[in-house]
Write a protein that binds this ligand. Structure first.
Ligand SMILES: [Zn+2]
Length: 397
């Protein structure tokens, strides 16, 4: 980590060109690994906003109004049902609401089985299916400190209004982008984790709480009729430690956190593919989109990290389309609230960045193609993430 930081700082200086230098700095601040392993002694209460603004997001989902999922049991729906269920004989016209499992309940042990192709219901699971499986965007809607200021100056209700506005913009954007299609939103609240094992507070010590506030609001608002074709499935779960245990050759909590979430999202991708195969009518096709909610430091504007040339071109196109639509929606809506200390503008010229890595981890110095760093693994690029998976499975280089 130290080496990487030194290397990053060196390259940050090398990128002292207009906004790029600032971007590098700000992104590092948002997504950087904690300096040291957090412990239970971290005074979380001192950074906790009031109860009304610190929802404890336990992504044990309430079922979608028309999606009768595992309402009785906290365990996931057996995914074989999802994969293998034949269309109902009576469903000759429009099938039932698509159903997808509550992947947030999947554990690191499940993730390992998945990566080895041994998880029941997911025989296709592999290191390859855990990357490059859907469009994905990382939302850096504003600097974390702005949210802290809203809380301090305007109070908890105002902060909740900001959360709700961001969440609504996410859902409106997905609805407008995918129009008549069903959409599965694989939703990540950036940072956080299981406090007894590993907690990453994110920027300003409060980012993780804010991302959870937004995610909770997305889950709540997704049940409204305006979003009846959006199915939200969290991929984070602070109740489950991101711990692969002592039997694997490498076990880095900061990387596990991202990998487990990505594996969960890729499970959804397989489920969506199975659904679409069984329901070929265009009106019944389901689209998967992954969103990771973050906030930033020092960007001074709204920013979305979209996918670049490390994933399939069709994913890149949908990622960029979401980014453009979201930035327009969220800046308009947030400024209309009148709650921000100053109007929210777009970062740089258009608020977009393709997240091409601005530094190169030392252990990948021999790789010549563009790489997405594992820190930005939510964008599904090949590189550090696939390398970590290989190490985890005992096939590391
Ligand atoms: Zn972040």
């Amino acid at each position: 980590m130290g080496r990487r930081n030194v290397r990053r700082r060196a390259l940050v200086r090398g990128f002292a060109v207009g906004g790029l230098g600032m971007l590098t700095t700000s992104l590092a601040a948002c997504t950087a690994q904690p300096r040291s392993m957090p412990t239970l002694t971290v005074p979380l209460t001192s950074i906790l906003p009031s109860p009304t603004s610190t929802p404890s997001v336990v992504p044990t989902l309430a079922p979608h109004p028309t999606a009768k999922m595992s309402s009785a049991a906290p365990t996931p729906i057996p995914t074989q049902q999802v994969h293998l269920a034949a269309p109902s004989p009576t469903a000759t016209a429009i099938p039932d609401h698509p159903q997808f499992s509550d992947v947030a309940q999947r554990t690191p042990a499940d993730a390992l089985l998945y990566l080895r192709g041994r998880l029941p219901g997911y025989p296709e699971g592999s290191p390859q299916t855990a990357i490059n499986f859907s469009p994905s965007d990382i939302l850096e809607t504003m600097d974390t400190i702005v949210l802290d200021q809203v809380k301090q100056r305007e109070g908890s209700a105002a902060l909740q209004k900001v959360y709700d506005t961001i969440a609504q913009a996410i859902l409106v954007t997905l609805r407008d982008q995918y129009r008549t299609h069903w959409v599965v939103l694989a939703l990540d609240a950036g940072h956080g984790g299981n406090k007894a094992f590993y907690w990453d507070p994110g920027s300003e010590g409060t980012e993780a709480w804010h991302t959870r506030g937004v995610a909770a609001s997305v889950l709540k608002q997704a049940h409204e009729s305006d979003f009846s074709r959006i199915i939200v499935r969290p991929i984070f779960n602070d109740a489950i430690p991101d711990d692969f245990g002592p039997t694997v050759p490498i076990n880095r909590p900061s990387l596990n956190t991202i990998l487990v979430r990505q594996v969960r999202a890729s499970m959804l991708a397989l489920e969506v593919a199975a659904w679409n195969k069984a329901h070929p009518d265009p009106a019944n096709q389901v689209m998967l989109h992954e969103i990771s909610v973050h906030f930033n430091v020092g960007a001074g504007g709204a920013l979305v990290l979209h996918q670049g040339d490390t994933v399939r071109p069709e994913f890149v196109a949908r990622s960029i389309e979401f980014a453009k639509r979201y930035l327009q929606q969220v800046t308009t809506d947030l400024n209309a609230t009148g709650l921000l200390p100053s109007p929210l503008k777009l970062w740089g010229s258009n608020g977009l960045h393709d997240d091409v890595m601005m530094y190169r981890p030392m252990n990948l110095s021999g790789v010549t193609t563009s790489i997405t760093a594992f820190r930005y693994g939510m964008l599904q690029g090949n590189g550090y993430s696939s390398r970590y998976i290989a190490q985890l499975l005992g096939k590391g280089r």
